[in-house]
Design a protein around this ligand. Structure first.
Ligand SMILES: [Zn+2]
Length: 369
C-alpha cells in the first residue's frame, strides 16, 4: 500500500476523451482471457500481456497497473448434457448460443515485483478507486475502433463547404450537353464549385474514366470542391441519409467524397436549378459498389492454367478465420517481397520497435507490423 501511495502521481483518472485499452495487449494478442491476464497501465491506459508489461515498465517507469483476468466457469459435471432436438439457436430445444460464462478478477499490481493489492478494497486511495472504476466502466478503445471502421464510409461535411469562395465570371451552366473544357470527354464530368469550370474526371486503374483534367485544374487553382455532373439530384435534404444516391461532391484537399450542405446555393450561383436536373451518372460510391459486385474473378484467378501446389518453409500462410483469406493472401504477397521480409521479419526486433515507438504504440505502423 505504501508503494502505491508513493506512486500516486503515476495514476491518472481517465477523462471521457482518453483512449482506454482493456481488451487486447498493444504488442501481442493477449486478452483478459489469456493465461496471464491483461495489465492496464494506469497512467497511459495502454494494455499489456504478462510477457510485455515489463517492457512498458522499463520504457516508461510506470509501476501501477490494473490487472484484469477472465476465468471461464467450469460446467458442473453433474449437469445433464442437453442434446439439441431442433435446428435452431438460442431457443428451447435448439443449440445453446450462450458464450461460456467467465469470472472477472481485478487487482492492482505494482511493478517491478508484481505486488498485488485486491480490488475493491476500502483501503485503496480514493484516486485509485476512481481511476479503476472509470477504466472498468469505459468502452474499450479497441471496440470503438471497430465501430469507427464500419461507419467510415459515411460522408462528412466538407470543411470547405460553408465558406466556399465563388467567383462571378458570368458562367451559366446549361442543364445538359456538357463537355470538358480541355478535351472531348462528355461523361464523368466535374463542375468546379468555385469558378464553374467543367473538366473530366480521373483515369481509372482499368483505363476507363477521364483524362485527369478536373484534378489538374484543382492543382493549378486550389479551388477545393467539385460536383459530378449527372449525379445532382433533388434529394438534397435527405442527402445525409442516402449517401449512395445523393449528389457526388468531391473535396480535393480532403481527398474524399463529402457532403456540401450549401450545394443548392452553390449550384444556383452558376444558374443551375437542381430540381430540374436528372440523375444520369453513377456516383463514386455507386461506382465502387458496382465494380466490387461485378468484379471479373477470372482476371486474378489464373483460370485455365496448371498450377502446382507448394508447401513447406516460406509457403505456410495464416490460419483462415472463415473470412480472412483476403488478408492472408495479401500478407503472403507482402511477405514474399524481399525488402519487407528483411525489414520486418529478419532484422526487426519487437522489443526495439516498441522502445522506439511513440507514446501510443497502437498507432505505430512499425511496431504493429
Ligand atoms: Zn478532359
Amino acid at each position: 500500500m505504501e508503494q502505491l501511495r508513493s506512486n500516486l502521481s503515476r495514476v491518472r483518472i481517465p477523462e471521457p476523451t482518453n483512449r482506454i485499452y482493456k481488451q487486447e495487449c498493444c504488442i501481442s494478442f493477449d486478452t483478459p482471457k489469456s493465461q496471464g491476464g491483461l495489465y492496464i497501465d494506469m497512467k497511459s491506459f495502454l494494455a499489456f500481456g504478462k510477457d510485455y508489461v515489463c517492457w512498458n515498465y522499463e520504457k516508461t517507469a510506470n509501476p501501477i497497473y490494473l490487472h484484469i483476468k477472465h476465468t471461464f466457469k467450469s460446467i458442473p459435471e453433474d449437469r445433464p448434457l442437453k442434446k439439441p432436438t431442433l435446428l435452431a439457436i438460442g431457443t428451447d430445444g435448439g443449440f445453446d448460443n450462450n458464450a461460456p460464462e467467465y469470472v472477472e478478477t481485478v487487482n492492482i499490481i505494482i511493478l517491478p515485483h508484481f505486488l498485488s493489492l485486491p480490488f475493491p478494497s476500502v483501503e485503496l486511495p480514493e484516486k485509485v478507486r476512481l481511476a479503476v472504476d472509470a477504466i472498468l466502466l469505459a468502452e474499450g478503445a479497441e471496440r470503438k475502433e471497430q465501430l469507427a471502421f464500419w461507419t467510415a464510409d459515411k460522408k462528412q461535411i466538407s470543411a470547405y463547404a460553408m465558406n466556399l469562395p465563388q467567383i462571378d465570371n458570368n458562367v451559366i451552366v446549361p442543364p445538359s450537353g456538357w463537355k470538358c473544357c480541355k478535351c472531348d470527354k462528355m461523361d464523368n464530368l466535374w463542375l468546379n464549385l468555385t469558378d464553374g469550370m467543367i473538366f473530366c474526371g480521373r483515369k481509372s486503374w482499368d483505363g476507363t474514366g477521364g483524362n485527369n483534367h478536373a484534378i489538374e485544374h484543382y492543382k493549378e487553382t486550389n479551388y477545393p470542391l467539385a460536383v459530378k455532373l449527372g449525379t445532382i439530384t433533388a434529394d438534397l435534404e435527405a442527402a445525409g441519409e442516402t449517401s449512395y444516391g445523393s449528389s457526388d461532391v468531391f473535396s480535393y484537399p480532403e481527398d474524399e467524397s463529402v457532403e456540401d450542405p450549401l450545394l443548392a446555393q452553390h449550384l444556383a450561383f452558376f444558374g443551375i436549378d437542381f430540381s430540374s436536373l436528372q440523375k444520369t451518372e453513377m456516383t463514386t460510391a455507386e461506382r465502387e459498389l458496382d465494380q466490387n459486385t461485378n468484379f471479373d474473378w477470372n482476371r486474378i484467378q489464373e483460370s485455365g492454367q496448371d498450377v502446382e501446389p507448394l508447401f513447406g518453409p516460406g509457403y505456410t500462410g495464416l490460419v483462415n478465420l472463415g473470412n480472412s483469406c483476403y488478408m492472408a493472401s495479401t500478407m503472403q504477397v507482402v511477405f514474399s517481397t524481399q525488402s519487407f521480409h528483411s525489414r520486418y521479419y529478419k532484422n526487426q526486433n519487437l522489443k526495439l520497435a516498441f522502445e522506439a515507438a511513440p507514446a501510443d504504440p497502437t498507432v505505430d505502423l512499425n511496431t504493429q507490423l
